[in-house]
Design a protein around this ligand. Structure first.
Ligand code: THU
Length: 141
């Protein structure tokens, strides 16, 4: 069954609860800024991730990396709804790099709970570069 349509507030709250839960398992000893992220997949399952830092600071894995890894590790599909939170359980914005990650796996219609309400990926990453651009010179999306 496909779940790409709008979800109600209860379902958003469930998704946020999953993000809050996994945020509690973040490894963020350097920034002290734990992040949890959760996304619904178009078959209805939920995938989650937390940030994992490294003594070599630049090697940090954002929470969204975990989401995308779990997406593929558990069968693939397309992300339809996404939210991420900080250590106060407040909704935060995915960083620029992670918007690109999410775009790859959810496209322009991915719905995000943002600091200014529910928005689509096309609003938070307008005119995104993506797989379709690679076809210009014969690459494969
Ligand atoms: N962080 C994420 O996990 N996702 C984001 O979208 C924003 C930033 C993490 C990376 C780092 O561990 C900490 O937050 C501070 O930047």
């Amino acid at each position: 069954m496909r779940h790409s349509c709008a979800v109600d507030q209860r379902e958003w709250d469930e998704l946020k609860a999953a993000a809050v839960d996994v945020m509690g398992r973040a490894y963020a000893p350097y920034s002290k800024f734990p992040v949890g992220a959760a996304a619904r997949v178009d078959d209805g399952r939920v995938v989650v991730g937390c940030n994992v830092e490294n003594a070599a600071y630049g090697v940090v894995l954002c929470a969204e990396c975990g989401v995308v890894s779990q997406l593929h590790a558990t069968g693939g599909g397309r992300l339809t709804h996404f939210v991420c939170v900080n250590g106060d359980n407040d909704v935060i914005m995915p960083c620029g790099r992670c918007r690109q990650l999410l775009f790859e796996h959810g496209g322009r219609d991915l719905q995000l709970w943002t600091v200014s309400g529910i928005k689509s990926m096309s609003e938070v990453l307008p005119d995104a570069f993506g797989p379709d651009d690679l076809t210009t010179f014969g690459g494969t999306p």
